[in-house]
Design a protein around this ligand. Sequence first.
Ligand SMILES: Cc1ncc(COP(=O)(O)O)c(C=O)c1O
Length: 358
Amino acid sequence: MSRPLVAITHLDAMQANLRLARQAVPGARTWAVVKADAYGHGLASATRAFAAADGLSLIEYDRAIWLRELGWQKPIMMMQGMYRAADIDSLVRYDLQPVIHHAGQCRMLETTPVPRPLDVHLKINTGMNRLGFMPSQVQQVFQQLKALPSVRSVSLMTHFANADTHSTAPDVDTQIAAFREATAGLDAEISLSNSAATLLQPQIKSDWIRPGVMLYGGAPGAQTAASLGLQPAMTLQSQVIATQSLRTGDSVGYGSLFVADKPMRIGIVACGYADGYPRLAATGTPVLLNGVRTRVLGRVSMDMLNIDLSPVPDADVGSDVTLWGEGLPIDEVASHAGTIGYELMCAVAPRVRREVRG
Ligand SMILES: Cc1ncc(COP(=O)(O)O)c(C=O)c1O
């Protein structure tokens, strides 16, 4: 029998989350962000669940080409543009739209002849300070790109650093003001909002939104996914593969981090850090055992973790364990490991069996 650990992708949840994004900003078109293998959910699943999106957005060239091979015919945005001039060949051949965020990429477009001009996205650094031209450069770069024979259209975009809060600078209003000033008078489509801005700042108007994590049921800020109307798109599920009875004073696992203060039954679950479950998940991290909440005990090891069977006295080998997903928000599990749901969904290991439902 195969190992009972499985990551289930829920297509209906992804579809519902996309609908929510589109309803949040009526009239805007949607780039569904599918980098990192659709945040760990699988690109083939994404092409099915996001058929209603207006475009897909990612950074990996081999994956973008695969999207075309899977039959995706709508626009594809390459969110980090070209890494080297040779990438322009793929852009042309597979009809991919690069983000242009530094002068070297303009030079690549200038010096590489293309049989067919490209639609490009000019990225503006309005305060995130990762990618993008400074606002003072935008008017000149826009005109430079428009004049290139290798460019057909130029749209404008920026990315928010703190769309999930008003209390951290730069806030969304500051970034939008910088964007508006930098782009004044330019006739171009614009793309601004990630998931946090789409859900929490729907008053922001732009031609395109770029939601990522919300499409997979992850909350982009402190609010819970359920309170935002999001449905979990991945359930990581396994089973108890052994049980132990601890006496008072007995410990479990490497480092003996958990010591029983009374006699108790524990279950050993087929899931460990080599599967993508975070090793830093401490004692108390929630899991569902036959649908009932219980907790991780002691240190997560490579292939196994330990849970408290006390809340389900009849639990035994073969009992079902949900690590995250339906009934147990991924963000809650992540917070017990000092991280965010984004990281957990992206980190599910290749050895984990996959199932697609819905
Ligand atoms: C430029 C850009 N747009 C949109 C997104 C989607 O962000 P989120 O997953 O928070 O919605 C990302 C994610 O990193 C991004 O880099």
